[in-house]
Ligand binder design. Structure first.
Ligand code: NAD
Length: 308
């Protein structure tokens, strides 16, 4: 197969600086261009994009720069036989660090002290409230790159890590695995429940009122995966009724999170603006993955991270 051009669709600008991304392909053996909407594509073109566009189906290969490719219609790619690849495999460190940051803050109240700092208040929390995460149980739902990135760090900090996984192959740092059908049992003893599964028909709404009910009243929900995994209405109800202790959320049913959302207002909820993978290295990590696939495509080898 020939590949003559790599097109970087302008929507990549949502997550990274386009010029730096372009420069990360400097000595690539094919032409690299930034393109906008309506670009004509042929089989000799590859496209890397943040958002899907109908015209990408004319290209020879399409790369979604995100790990979660739920916005792309995989059936359409399969129908026309255009390979679609994603960016899983690179977010273990970035999202893993965010999740650990959430847990340390929720346990030791960094977010609360910072809130009170705004009023120059020397805050004195209830004696019972702060705790160490060491010795606490974390349940990680979904043990791919992100889930394992979280598990490895939590284990290193002395946590007892259990997980939810479709297969029962053992995972380093995870002491016990549960089947997705046993989610209630998996979350029941955990102080933290971290979501790291993709958004699929099977995971949509998986954290519903029943699962929230099964969680401990001193437990925290962390969502670094995708908003629709959680029934947000049920989460707000649980937070209002204090049947769970709090949450840290990077992703939401609707993004940006609307100003009217009650989630903004809870002291025990940390809201971050979908920045789980946002570091100054993001464009390098993605470029490395795309460059490897350019090499494979030209060598006629199977593509890494093919999802359709
Ligand atoms: P990955 O493909 O490496 O891992 C996903 C894992 O989830 C796989 O092991 C898969 O088998 C498992 N899984 C699928 N369905 C499941 C189910 N029903 N129950 C339990 N496990 C299930 O992908 P990744 O790089 O680890 O990313 C995971 C997800 O995290 C992405 O799909 C994306 O939506 C999200 N993500 C968010 C950010 C962010 O900025 N917050 C960044 C990267 C990834």
């Amino acid at each position: 197969a020939t590949l003559e051009r790599l097109c970087l669709h302008e929507s990549v600008g949502t997550k990274l600086p386009e010029t730096a991304f372009l420069e990360a392909f400097d000595d690539l053996e094919v032409r690299v261009e930034l393109v906008g909407d309506g670009e004509p594509y042929t089989e000799a073109d590859a496209v890397a994009s943040f958002e899907p566009r109908p015209e990408f189906l004319e290209a020879g290969w399409v790369h979604c720069i995100r790990a979660g490719y739920d916005a792309f219609d995989t059936d359409a790619y399969e129908d026309v036989g255009v390979p679609l690849t994603n960016s899983s495999g690179i977010h273990g460190d970035t999202v893993g660090e965010l999740a650990v940051g959430y847990m340390l803050s929720l346990a030791r109240l960094l977010h609360t002290y910072r809130d009170r700092q705004r009023d120059r208040e020397w805050h004195d929390p209830a004696y019972e409230r702060p705790f160490t995460i060491s010795g606490e149980r974390l349940c990680v739902v979904g043990l791919g790159t992100v889930g394992q990135g979280i598990a490895k760090r939590a284990d290193a900090l002395g946590m007892d890590v259990v997980g939810v996984r479709r297969s029962d192959d053992p995972v380093p740092s995870v002491s016990k695995l549960y089947d997705p059908g046993a989610l209630e049992a998996a979350v029941a003893d955990a102080r933290f429940v971290a979501l790291a599964a993709p958004h699929t028909p099977a995971t949509e709404g998986m954290i519903d009122a029943d699962i929230l009910d099964a969680m401990r009243s001193d437990a925290y929900l962390l969502n670094v995966a995708r908003g629709p995994l959680v029934d947000e209405g049920a989460l707000i109800t649980a937070l209002e009724a204090e049947t769970i202790a709090g949450a840290a959320l990077d992703v939401f049913e609707q993004e940006p999170l609307p100003a009217s959302s009650p989630l903004w207002g809870f002291e025990n909820v940390i809201v971050t603006p979908h920045r789980g993978s946002a570091t100054n290295r993001y464009h390098h990590d993605i470029a490395e993955l795309v460059r490897e696939n350019v090499r494979r495509f030209r060598a006629g080898e199977s593509l890494k991270n093919r999802v359709a």
